[in-house]
Each structure stands twice: as structure tokens, then as C-alpha cells.
Design a protein around this ligand. Structure first.
Ligand code: MGD
Ligand code: MGD
Ligand code: MO
Length: 764
């Protein structure tokens, strides 16, 4: 490789993931953020049996949490919440909303924790303090004034606890709508829609213990070093046992290549590291279906060879016969798919794919992990279902050491769904509500995230309540979304920190500050715990230990209950009782969802309990009571247009979704900036460009798809180890390139990871 020219803030990262760099990064993040007295307590009780659940990610805690499980990005998430900085009424008095709009997202949140309920005053263009009582009275009146409850949207971000989410869906359903756009709609919706059709549950089937028994692990389209760093410990153990770990990703991610455990002094002092992925395949963005079909093709060929030799074959015939339907159609689909087409769509050679297929065929117990690289595509649901097909061909579902493992995003996004945050409620949920609370919830389908924004844009919806998150910035097409949200009659944000969504003011706008998960939640019956569910269906308690950031904060359950009481004069729900003692909320959850039987007792057990996942036991909750092989016609999500590249949007190491902790992306060698685009060197030179050049990125046709005319100017091109034909930029900045209607039709998940674009030397 030629020596790269030196560009400010861009260099190759030479170290392993985690290690000293991680410790230094935490020290940097903690500086100025965390109240000194809080520091030790905050970090040391994280993910401990009697402490709080880390708000960072949804990776499960190991059974024996006796040793402190260190994670750089968890530490950042905690220090960001436990910061000593405050966003006070004085701050809002000093800055108009129009002025704040021009601040960077980083600077808005960096002001620290919100301290008082605030209401927008159009005359002065400022947020002014308001009493809780008055805020609730005005919100209740505004919601009651809507002619139809379906004209309100109720967004949930996945940090909300089970207790908060359960009360929220109860309030909203008693109010009369199923409009529950949530962050899951932008995240793992392809899993929630795809897996129930395949295996009857919309969740992963593995447990953390399965990783100890697996003899082959796949990591497809996720970046554990940054987004679920505690997973590296598990992968490292597996790697030391000699388990092949196969990464399929368009970018070379350092966290998947090598890892130094910060808890392991020997590795750190010797600067040693454990290799993680044994094989790394740079698939083209959007090329996963082709790889998966290529692997199945390999498997089928190996099976035929083995049968011809008189062997038993490599397909699990017993499993297929006893548990599945659809094998014939799948076999003909795979047969009809040519290697040429597979090579073109995946960007990998036939021999590479055969190699992966061979490793898969040899292994007895395989786990496939996947993340946003799989779900955020126009064929996201198809991707998920092809993963299920591949696993089912060898019976790799519902037995020890094997299974499907979607890595959830927010720390309780899976739990929120379990306790009723869904725009498509099933009868069991609705009947459970009738049985327990005695009111008739609406049964018609509500809006998902994209539909909610469309309804707001078209003025069909007039009110938006957000339980956390930063919907406007997280959503595709910010221009359309921003304008839509400015046209609302009512906007209510329950939040810990100020963000851009709060600045999109409606006729009436409120910011309601809440407790974070690290803080003591004191109610009439004493300090309260909440519960969360991780990626592997483990439910456990979380109890904060820090003094609240302000005496005016309320917990999310209390805010929701008070909003419900202010909105619903004839409510059937005993809100006051439930928020005085969260055990009563859990009694309600248990009564609506029998899977939570003996809820309050079971969470007393350190580490909690696992919810029953039928597919893990080979019970298939599909309409035909079988696991189904499902087809995806073809290989590509969009017909390639001449000269176009496919853009994917990714997270840096210093961000949590729309929250920026800093401007570095250490493992990718980027320091102090985010205005970059990662491009393969050959794609640069084909266009007469080189490393460090300023480029513009514009969405490529087809002209009638609503995709053109979107442009990002003046990004610095970084020659990077990325699949040819694919480029990557940071989320959320690159959302200007994603049209609102660019999503998976089956699940509504925006296709943030596959945007056809062209690049050229910048004219800015
Ligand atoms: N520190 C930190 N932790 C987080 C978050 C955070 O922002 N910061 N966010 C949380 C949330 S909500 C979520 S959903 C998860 C997200 O966790 P990830 O799923 O890891 O999310 P992304 O950063 O979007 O990265 C996706 C990975 O997919 C790859 N990729 C992109 N396109 C494709 C493709 O077409 N095919 C394949 N095979 N790979 C592709 C990218 O190169 C990248 O490595 O993390 C959670 N944890
Ligand atoms: N281009 C592109 N777009 C994407 C993605 C992508 O990969 N690419 N990923 C998508 C994904 S996977 C997701 S999950 C969404 C994320 O979408 P969201 O979940 O809406 O966004 P976050 O950035 O996680 O929300 C941050 C805000 O949450 C609030 N907050 C933090 N902690 C708490 C708390 O304890 N309680 C309350 N009430 N509020 C709190 C703070 O005010 C903070 O500003 O973005 C999606 N958008
Ligand atoms: Mo997510």
C-alpha cells in the first residue's frame, strides 16, 4: 500500500480494541462530566446484583458479577448521565430557542442535566420554568381537546424501564390510540417482524451460556468493540478456546479483529492482545443476502457430495422433517441463484463464500449474531429470515450452543416491546388489559415511526409525546421531519438532557426533566427499583444509587401517571397506588402478561430471570406451529445504477446514537472530527480522487424514487479498508441523504445502511 498523505485528525489506528486506550478515553470522558463524589459509587455498582443496569447497551451481564466488568462506553454513558453540569432555567433565560438551534448537538447535551419542567414561550422565543402541576394541566387539556386520539403520537426510546413503558402504553391505550412509534422501528423492527414468521418469536434464542458451548460464532453487521463492548469478553473467551469467529462486515472494525481486556493486566503490560475474528470478509454494503444464499448453496452442494459418498448428508434432516416447512421452495430458490449473481451482489469470491460455508458445515453448534448492518436495509426482513434459514438447515436453533442472536440497541428496547410498546398489539395483550384494568383498549393498528412522521407532516397528527430519545435527529430525512414537527399543536419531551428535538417547538411545547437510571428513585413506599430485559431475554432489577441531579426531577413512571391522571378524568387505572410502590406496577405487568408470573419475587434473585422464549425450546409459535423456511426473491435491495456507490451510516466510538460524547472515533483512526467519508482507495482513484480530498456526496437516481437532490458537501475522503463499491459516513449527520420513504416495506425499518450515492470533488 502507498503511504497515505497526512491529514489532520486522520490516521491508521495501530492498537488493539480496549486496553490502555480505553482507560485513557474514560478518564477523558469523566473529566468535567462526573461529580467527583459520585464517581466511584456510580461505576462500581454498574451491572452489579444490587446496583443499576448500565444504560449503555443490551448485552447481558455474566452470571457471576462479582468482578467489576469494565467497559469504556458504559463508563461514558454513566458519566454523561451522572455529570455535575446542569441545564437550568437561568440557562434557558440566557438563550433563545433560535440561538440554541445553531448550536451543535454535542454542545446542547453538554450543558448537562435538565433541572426544571419548562414551557416554550413564543413571545420571547425562550423556554420558561413552569410548575409540574400547571404543565400537566395544560398537557392534559391539550390532549383532551384533540378530536380523535389517533391524532396524537407517543414515541418511546429504548432506555425507558419496563415499569415506565408499561404505564405509558396503559395511559396511551386508555386515552384511545395505538400510535406507538418507537426507536425499535428504526432499529430491530426487521427482527420483530421477520423472526416471528420464521421461528415464532421476535427475539433471539440464545443465552450467554450458549456462547460457552458454541463451536462457531458469526458476527454479521455489528460492531461490538464500540456498540456492545462487553461482548468482546465473551468473544475473547471463545477465541481462546479456538472457536472460529467469522466477521462479515464491509468495514474492517478493530474491535472485531483484536482485543485487549482492560481487566487483564498481563495482556495490557505486554501489549498483547487476543485475536477475535479468525476470518474477516469485507462484504459489499447490502450484499448479505447474497453471502447467506451462497453459504446455503455451498451447504447443499456439500450435502449432495456427502450423500453420494454414502454419508448422512450435512443438512439436519431430522430437524427439517420434524420441525419445518418450506424446504423444497428454499432448495429451488437457492439452486436457481447463480454463483455469478452471488459474487456480483456480495463482492466476495465464490471461493471465499465456499470457505465460510465449509466452516459453517463443519461446526456442530453455531451462533449467528447480527446488528444494524442486517436490519437497516430495504430487505432487512429478508436478511433476517435468510439468517434463520441458514441456521435451520443444520438444526442450529433451539439447542445448546446454537441459535440466532440479534444484538439489541438500547438497554431496554427489548423489554419495552415485551411490556406492550407496539403499534400492532395482539389480542393477548389487549385482552390482558381488559381483564386487569377493565377498560376497552383500541384494537386498530397504530403508527410506527415513519408513519408517525408522515402523519405529522400531513397534519393528520397534531400532538407528539416523547418518552426520551431524540426522534427528529434519529429519523431519516431531517429536513422533512423538522418541518413537520414545527407544525405540531403540542410537543412534550420527557428527557434527561436538552437535544434538537426539543427545539422544534410546537404551538405548546414542554420539556419534562426526569430521573436517570443511576439515580435514587424515592417514592411513598421507599426507594424503588425498576426492571429491564437484555438482548437474551434476561429480566432483572436496576436500582440507582446517586442523588438526583435536581430536587425538581420526577421519575418516568410518576410523570406518566400524572400525565394520565391529568388527561383522563374517568380513568379506570389506580395510578397513585402504582407509583407509590412499583411492585404494584409489576403486579399489573404480571397480570397482563402471564410470562411474568411471580415477577416481584423472581427479581429478588441476583441476575433476575429469563423470560420463556418458545423457539429456544423448539416450540414454534407460528400459525402452522412449524419453523418456516422463507424466501427472499433475488439478491439485491436496489438495482445498481451506473457509477453509483452504496453508502452505509455508522456510529463512531464516541457517540451514543444522537448523543456525542466527543468527536473521536479511535479504532477507525479519526480524531476531533466527524466530517469524513470512508472510501475504498480504488473507488477514489477511479474518480480521480485521493485520500484527504474534499468530496460532495449526492443521492443517485432512479430519478422518480424521491431519492435525488439530497446532498452533503465538503466531506473529507478517508482511504479505508472498506469493500469496493461501498462507502460509509457517520449517523446522524448523513440522515440528510435518507428519504423518509426509503425503508423496508415489510417492517418499516428505514434503510439507513444502504443509500445509492455518487461522490465527486467538492464544489463547496
Ligand atoms: N457506545 C455505543 N453503544 C451503542 C450505541 C451507540 O450509539 N454507542 N447504540 C446502541 C443502539 S440503539 C444500537 S441499535 C446498537 C447498534 O450497534 P451496531 O449494530 O453495531 O450499529 P452500527 O454502528 O450502526 O454498526 C453496524 C455495523 O454494521 C456494518 N455494516 C454497515 N452496513 C452493512 C451491511 O450492509 N452489511 C453488513 N454485514 N454490515 C454492515 C458497519 O460497518 C458496522 O460495523 O448499539 C447500541 N449500543
Ligand atoms: N442514519 C442512521 N440513523 C439512525 C440509525 C443509524 O444507524 N443510522 N440508528 C437508528 C437506531 S438503531 C436508533 S435506536 C435510533 C435512536 O433514536 P433515539 O432513541 O430517539 O435517540 P437517542 O440518541 O438514543 O436519544 C438521546 C436522548 O435521550 C434522552 N435520554 C437519555 N437518557 C434518558 C433517560 O433515562 N430517560 C429519558 N426520558 N430520556 C433520556 C436524552 O435527552 C438524549 O438527548 O436512531 C436511529 N437512526
Ligand atoms: Mo438502536
Amino acid at each position: 500500500m502507498t503511504t497515505k498523505k497526512q491529514i489532520a485528525g486522520i490516521e491508521d489506528y495501530k492498537g488493539a480494541a480496549a486496553g490502555w486506550g480505553a482507560l485513557k478515553a474514560v478518564a477523558d470522558a469523566l473529566r468535567g462530566q462526573m461529580a467527583v463524589a459520585n464517581e466511584t459509587h456510580g461505576l462500581l455498582t454498574m451491572n452489579q446484583p444490587h446496583g443499576f443496569d448500565c444504560p449503555g447497551c443490551a448485552w447481558p451481564d455474566p452470571k457471576h458479577t462479582s468482578s467489576f466488568e469494565f467497559c469504556e462506553n458504559g463508563a461514558k454513558a454513566v458519566s454523561w448521565e451522572a455529570t455535575a453540569k446542569r441545564t437550568t432555567p437561568e440557562f434557558f433565560a440566557a438563550h433563545t430557542v433560535s440561538e440554541l438551534w445553531n448550536w451543535r448537538d454535542f454542545d446542547l447535551e453538554n450543558e448537562g442535566r435538565l433541572t426544571h419542567p419548562m414551557v416554550y414561550d413564543r413571545a420571547t422565543d425562550r423556554y420558561l420554568p413552569i410548575s409540574w402541576q400547571e404543565a400537566m394541566a395544560q398537557i392534559g387539556a391539550a390532549l383532551r381537546a384533540l378530536p380523535d386520539p389517533d391524532m396524537a403520537e407517543f414515541y418511546t426510546s429504548g432506555r425507558a424501564s419496563n415499569e415506565a413503558a408499561f404505564l405509558y402504553q396503559l395511559f396511551v391505550r386508555e386515552y384511545g390510540t395505538n400510535n406507538f412509534p418507537d426507536c425499535s422501528n428504526m432499529c430491530h423492527e426487521a427482527t420483530s417482524v421477520g423472526l416471528p414468521e420464521s421461528i415464532g418469536v421476535g427475539k433471539g434464542t440464545v443465552t450467554l451460556e450458549d456462547f460457552d458451548h458454541s463451536d462457531c460464532i458469526f458476527c454479521i453487521g455489528h460492531n461490538p468493540g464500540t456498540n456492545h463492548p462487553r461482548m468482546l469478553t465473551t468473544l475473547r473467551e471463545a477465541s481462546k478456546r479456538g472457536v472460529p469467529i467469522i466477521a462479515i462486515n464491509p468495514l474492517r472494525e478493530r474491535g472485531l479483529e483484536r482485543f485487549t481486556a482492560p481487566q487483564n493486566p498481563v495482556e495490557m503490560l505486554t501489549l498483547g492482545s487476543t485475536p477475535i475474528a479468525s476470518s474477516y470478509y469485507l462484504v459489499k454494503v447490502g450484499g448479505d443476502i447474497a453471502v447467506l444464499k451462497g453459504m446455503m448453496k455451498t451447504l447443499i452442494a456439500l450435502d449432495a457430495e456427502d450423500l453420494a459418498r454414502g454419508g448422512p448428508g450435512v443438512l439436519d434432516r431430522e430437524f427439517i422433517a420434524a420441525h419445518t416447512t418450506g424446504i423444497e421452495a428454499l432448495l429451488s430458490d437457492i439452486e436457481a441463484t447463480s454463483w455469478d449473481a452471488i459474487e456480483t451482489a456480495s463482492g466476495l469470491s465464490r471461493s471465499d463464500i465456499e470457505n465460510i460455508g465449509n466452516i459453517y458445515a463443519k461446526a456442530k453448534r453455531v451462533i449467528i449474531n447480527y446488528g444494524m448492518g442486517i436490519t437497516q436495509h430495504r430487505h432487512g426482513t429478508g436478511n433476517v429470515q435468510q439468517i434463520a434459514n441458514l441456521l435451520m438447515l443444520r438444526g442450529n436453533v433451539g439447542r445448546q450452543g446454537a441459535g440466532i442472536s440479534p444484538l439489541r440497541g438500547h438497554s431496554n428496547v427489548q423489554g419495552d416491546r415485551t411490556v406492550g410498546i407496539t403499534e400492532i398489539p395482539n389480542d393477548a395483550l389487549l385482552d390482558g388489559i381488559v381483564r386487569t384494568f377493565g377498560f376497552e383498549p383500541p384494537r386498530r393498528k397504530g403508527h410506527n415511526a415513519v408513519e408517525a412522521i408522515e402523519a405529522i407532516r400531513d397534519r393528520r397528527s397534531k400532538a407528539l409525546v416523547c418518552l426520551g430519545g431524540n426522534l427528529a435527529v434519529a429519523m431519516s430525512d431531517p429536513e422533512a421531519t423538522f418541518e413537520a414537527m414545527r407544525g405540531l399543536d403540542l410537543a412534550v419531551h420527557i428527557a434527561t438532557k436538552l437535544n434538537r428535538s426539543h427545539l422544534l417547538t410546537a404551538r405548546q411545547s414542554f420539556i419534562l426533566p426526569c430521573l436517570g437510571r443511576t439515580e435514587i428513585d424515592m417514592q411513598a413506599s421507599g426507594p424503588q427499583s425498576v426492571t429491564v430485559e437484555d438482548s437474551m431475554s434476561m429480566v432483572h432489577a436496576s436500582r440507582g444509587g446517586l442523588k438526583p441531579a435536581s430536587e425538581h426531577l420526577k421519575s418516568e413512571p410518576v410523570i406518566i401517571a400524572e400525565m394520565a391522571m391529568a388527561t383522563l378524568p374517568h380513568t379506570k387505572v389506580r395510578w397513585a397506588e402504582m407509583i407509590a410502590d412499583y411492585n404494584k406496577i409489576r403486579d399489573g405487568i404480571e397480570s397482563v402478561f402471564p410470562a411474568f408470573a411471580d415477577f416481584n419475587n423472581r427479581i429478588k434473585h441476583p441476575g433476575g430471570f429469563r423470560l420463556y422464549v418458545a423457539a429456544s425450546e423448539r416450540e414454534w409459535l407460528t400459525p402452522n406451529k412449524k419453523a418456516n423456511f422463507l424466501l427472499y426473491p433475488g439478491l439485491e435491495e436496489d438495482p445498481p445504477s451506473e457509477g453509483a456507490l452504496t453508502l452505509t451510516t455508522i456510529r463512531s466510538h464516541d457517540q451514543y446514537n444522537t448523543t456525542m460524547y466527543g468527536l473521536n472515533d479511535r479504532y477507525r483512526g479519526i480524531t476531533g472530527r466527524r466530517d469524513v467519508i470512508f472510501v475504498n482507495e480504488r473507488d477514489l482513484s477511479k474518480r480521480g480522487l485521493s485520500h484527504g480530498d474534499l468530496v460532495d456526496v449526492a443521492v443517485a437516481g432512479p430519478a422518480d424514487s424521491g431519492l435525488s437532490g439530497r446532498i452533503m458537501r465538503g466531506l473529507t475522503a478517508v482511504a479505508y479498508k472498506i469493500a469496493e463499491g461501498s462507502i460509509a459516513a457517520y449517523y446522524p449527520e448523513a440522515n440528510v441523504l435518507v428519504a423518509l420513504d426509503h425503508y423496508d416495506v415489510k417492517s418499516g425499518t428505514p434503510s439507513y445502511k444502504s443509500i445509492p450515492v455518487r461522490i465527486r470533488a467538492s464544489v463547496a
